[in-house]
Design a binder for this molecule. Structure first.
Ligand code: NDP
Length: 588
């Protein structure tokens, strides 16, 4: 089979209007009313925002321990200086390092909590872990590494191995420091260097620091009363305990397993547990949307036809298609904003109802089928793609406990409790997700004048492009808020990495010591973010989840830039064409 059109569930072509024999508008309004009801039900149960989740501290700290590298490698504290230091060793750091190497930067250090590079793909090793974005687009630097992924949707181990290949190709292991958490990053105005301390007693200095700590890296648990009293074994999906389950889950034959959460991680895990565990109980608060996963092995004949530079050409093509779609929307003549929203919503509802029909076709028990139906706009949560998830609920050993939006609020010594029933299990898996897009997640960042980045952000995040923040010279942030939203995250990281490498290159070529964004440029971007966020009602209308701050309203500029990825790219280009206008450079 050859490659097919890349999937992008976030884009509907609304130019078609009501063509194609759509039902009357009342049909859509009735569905929207049900969406609102389901959302309100969920909000009525939850403490506001992220208060329902708990930090992994004290008795819960072990949930964050690395199960993949249990020995902490002994080493002396480091006291030295590098030119560029990355906090985090995932795709952000790898991509940007590649670009920096191309520009001749030699002194690059990655500081990483895990025992290797990889980030997301280091930590998430649960059974079934795979990419949901077409791997020919998701895996970066395929041209540079002359590599073609083995499947349309690559599996986790292949992506992790690709991360390691990038690190080897660009000599990033040499200075890298693993099993190390950066605890503070402080700007020294006299030496014009960042001073970085870690939990291993290091004091490193760096000219440039890049916060590359990922968008979803710190695991979180639901704050469930009695969770410490559970007598069985338990872990979070991103810290899979293969000692307990066996490498192929072969040790689960006699084990009763429970899993809390039905997000994208759980959707990939549940079919594997259903096939191996003695019993599996799935505790669901909100179902995910499950679409067909159109996967195949890469055809070697197709791979042989790929010419050097094929991935960047493919990427350009995708972005120009996104641009064409945005232009088409922008030029819809004589159509009000309300009409555009109506068309978008109707198309979105059509897609969701198709997903409902598929559930009825696959899931035998009508009550279970009903419970698995998501009642929200498709884009309110990360859409999932799996061919074995829904059939898993037809297995005799699998039970769905639908908590009807309430969630599990109590755990007893034997297992989760819902509606007065204590579900007896031996293993409890928390598929409860991650903290979202925080800059300096384990780390205090102190800029000019002793200003803490968190204090600066207390009244709202302030950046240019989500990358630069005034008063924090030579510091760059990747994958954080105020950057564009892009379903294929590595596209965004690539664009940001190119830009950061260009900034550093520009400073180096001109023998300048610092680069800091001008306050006016930062204000321009904050306004731009607010303007575009004002154009969407997603926060107000969506079912709660990490996409919309758990349904909390009025987060001002604290979100992604919603002006579209092509426009974000254009903004970066315009900033780069007028560097002096946007940045203050100093020479020591
Ligand atoms: P999510 O935050 O998406 O899911 C957490 C789940 O836990 C939700 O279903 C949530 O319900 C549920 N939950 C929380 N508290 C309770 C409770 N007390 N009782 C019952 N359920 C509860 O985390 P994931 O790890 O699944 O996914 C995070 C993200 O990682 C994805 O959205 C995606 O971006 C990425 N990812 C990508 C993959 C890929 O590309 N292949 C695979 C896996 C993850 P509710 O919805 O009601 O809040």
């Amino acid at each position: 089979m050859t490659d097919k059109k890349p999937q992008n569930p976030f884009q509907f072509d609304i130019a078609d209007g009501d063509s194609g024999g759509r039902p009357p508008q009342e049909y859509y309004e009735a569905i929207k009313a049900r969406f609102a009801e389901e959302r309100d039900l969920r909000l009525s149960y939850r403490p506001p925002g992220t208060d329902q989740y708990t930090a992994l501290e004290g008795e819960l700290a072990h949930y964050e321990t690395d199960p993949y590298a249990t020995d902490i490698v002994d080493r002396d504290p480091i006291d030295d200086e590098v030119e560029v230091l990355f906090i985090g060793g995932g795709f952000s750091a790898l991509l940007t390092s590649a670009r920096l190497r191309e520009k001749g930067v030699e002194s690059i250090r990655i500081v990483e909590r895990g025992a290797d590079v990889g980030g997301t793909w280091y930590w998430n090793r649960y059974p079934g872990v795979a990419c949901d974005v077409v791997s020919y687009d998701y895996l970066p630097l395929l041209d540079e590494l002359e590599y073609v992924p083995t499947k349309h949707y690559a599996e986790g181990p292949e992506i992790f191995a690709h991360c390691q290949s990038i690190a080897r190709k660009y000599d990033l292991y040499e200075l890298a420091v693993f099993q190390t958490t950066v605890t503070s990053t402080v700007w020294n105005e006299d030496t014009q260097r960042w001073y970085i301390t870690t939990d291993r007693g290091d004091t490193m200095r760096a000219k440039y620091v890049i916060c590359a700590n990922g968008t979803l890296s710190k695991p979180k648990l639901a704050r469930i009363s009695g969770m410490e009293s559970f007598e069985g074994h338990s872990f979070h999906t991103s810290r899979w305990d293969y000692d307990f389950t066996g490498a192929e889950l072969e040790k689960l034959g006699d084990v009763r397993v429970g899993i809390i959460g039905t997000g994208a991680s759980a959707v990939q895990i549940i079919p594997n547990l259903g096939a191996t565990a003695k019993e599996l109980t799935v505790f669901q608060r909100t179902p995910s949307s499950i679409d067909i996963r159109d996967d195949w092995k890469t055809d070697p004949e197709w791979a042989a036809t790929l010419e050097p530079g094929w991935q960047s050409k493919r990427r350009e093509k995708i972005i120009s298609k996104q641009r064409a779609l945005a232009d088409r929307r922008g030029t819809l003549k004589g159509i009000t904003r309300e009409e555009k929203i109506r068309r978008q919503e109707n198309a979105n509802i059509d897609a969701m109802m198709r997903i409902h029909r598929r559930i009825d076709e696959i899931v035998a028990d009508p009550e279970t089928a009903d419970s698995l139906k998501p009642w929200y706009m498709l884009m309110c949560k990360r859409p999932c793609f799996h061919n074995d998830y829904l059939p898993t609920f037809n297995r005799p050993n699998v039970t769905l406990v639908d908590t009807h939006g309430q969630g599990i609020t109590e755990i007893g010594p034997k297992g989760p409790i819902f509606d007065g029933v204590e579900y007896e299990i031996d293993l409890l898996i928390y598929a409860t997700g991650f903290e979202v897009q925080q800059t300096g997640i384990y780390n205090r960042i102190i800029g000019e004048g002793g200003l803490d980045l968190n204090d600066k952000y207390a009244d709202g995040i302030r950046t240019l492009l989500g990358i630069h923040s005034h008063g924090f010279p030579n510091l760059f942030v990747m994958g954080g808020y105020q950057a564009s939203f892009q379903f294929n995250l590595t596209d965004l990281l690539q664009v940001q990495g190119d830009h950061i490498a260009n900034c550093i290159d520009s400073a180096r070529r001109n023998q300048l010591d610092t680069i800091d964004v001008r306050p006016e440029s930062e204000q321009w971007w904050v306004d731009e973010v607010i303007t575009h966020r004002g154009k969407t009602t997603r926060n107000q209308d969506c079912t709660p989840g990490y996409y919309n701050f758990e349904g909390q309203e009025n987060r001002r500029q604290d979100g992604n830039y919603n002006g579209g990825f092509p426009r974000y790219i254009d903004h970066i280009a315009s900033v780069e064409s007028a560097m002096e206008e946007h940045f203050v450079f100093t020479a020591g």
